[in-house]
Design a binder for this molecule. Structure first.
Ligand SMILES: Cc1ncc(COP(=O)(O)O)c(C=O)c1O
Length: 355
């Protein structure tokens, strides 16, 4: 029996449950707290020809994404969010009885995509909260078709050591498709792993990125992937035509030019870390070092109780119970104001959690 994907609680659900008109903040889905790039918003609104199918080949836009990392349009696949590309790569390369190696905890969709293909997920626990590349390599067998690495990892925010990463890529058997999900790469420091550098040198490496996070376009659904032309070509045969809507294409094209919005988003995230982590340490609340726009906070009670208590305070976070990370919460770094509200709520709650 397949487990359904467990999504975060929405603001609408909290209003239904508790009523009232007070402020509710959502720090649960790693969305951009600054909103959407104004350029992208204007471009999506300007799309008028909704009666026409969009441009399914998207060569011009693919070229623009590709040249940013020294690649060509034939190296690019677009998806209805990078979620769709996760399912697409599983649908393309996995068959019943095959194996795929995944870290646990990591992004839950990999396991679902594997299960839908009647393949087996070989689950490798994190080591001190970090993807255990050595153990993942050891788990590769002749049945292994795919390896999923989330970098930085969701839900922990942790990143692997770049040197260990290079050794891992070199040693992974060439016939295995390596999927590197870098949904949060833009938040990580420049010296951290940038898997696009392997696309030209290691065929069967698929690097996933998204416009949902730093570009603030989660609701329009636009993700993209880079791989060698042959891998892209097989996936293109499986992809549904017109999987990305015309407003999504327009928004993505405009967002890509909005360096100012990306810069402000990175700055807000860095300021949020500086605001949060000393204050959390003062409350003796620990988290893994994060290179993303969220953190996995250890709580001195059950994750479900901590999640429920914060929900009553009007703050939506993710319970680690739903993410195979018991006794932790996954919390998105918000604006200064949102982070301050969270810290106040934690101050009020933490003694009772420890009692
Ligand atoms: C690691 C990771 N990959 C992929 C996604 C999906 O992103 P998209 O909105 O592009 O489907 C998410 C969203 O939370 C994510 O955390």
């Amino acid at each position: 029996m397949l487990d359904a994907y467990q999504r975060a609680t929405s603001i609408e659900e909290v209003r239904l449950r508790y009523g009232g008109s007070g402020r509710i903040i959502k720090l649960a889905s790693n969305e951009n707290p600054l909103g959407t790039s104004p350029k992208a918003l204007a471009a999506a609104r300007a799309v008028e020809s909704l009666h026409l199918y969009g441009d399914d080949a998207c060569l011009g836009l693919k070229e623009r994404f590709a040249t940013r990392c020294g690649l060509a349009a034939e190296n690019v696949v677009f998806g209805h969010g990078s979620n769709e590309i996760v399912k697409l790569v599983a649908e393309t390369f996995l068959h019943a009885g095959d194996e795929a190696v995944v870290a646990v905890p990591s992004f839950a969709l990999y396991r679902l995509a594997i299960a839908v293909r009647d393949a087996r997920a070989v689950e490798i626990p994190l080591s001190d909260g970090v993807t255990d590349l050595e153990a993942m390599l050891e788990a590769v067998s002749p049945r292994t078709k795919l390896v999923f690495v989330c970098e930085p990892n969701n839900p922990t925010g942790t990143a692997v050591d770049p040197l260990a990463w290079s050794a891992f890529v070199e040693r992974l058997p060439a016939d295995v498709v390596l999927v590197v999900d870098q949904a949060y790469r833009e938040y990580a420091p420049p010296e951290s792993v940038d898997a696009t550098v392997h696309v030209g040198s290691r065929p069967r490496t698929l690097v996933l990125r998204t416009m949902s996070k730093i570009y603030g376009l989660a609701a329009v659904r636009f993700g993209y992937g880079f791989a060698d032309p042959e891998t892209i070509a097989v996936m293109e045969r499986v992809r549904l035509p017109f999987n990305v809507s015309a407003p999504a294409l327009a928004a993505a094209a405009a967002a890509l030019d909005d360096d100012d919005f990306v810069r402000r988003s990175i700055e807000n995230n860095a300021a949020g870390k500086a605001q949060l982590f000393p204050a959390l340490a003062a409350l003796a609340l620990d988290s893994y070092p994060t290179q993303a726009n969220f953190y996995a906070l250890a709580v001195p009670t059950s994750a479900t109780r901590a999640y429920e208590d914060l929900l009553r305070e009007g703050i939506i976070v993710r319970s680690g119970d739903a993410l195979r990370m018991p006794e932790r919460l996954r919390i998105t770094i918000g604006t200064n104001d949102e982070n301050a509200l969270l810290l106040c709520a934690l101050e009020r709650l933490v003694d009772a959690w420890r009692a």
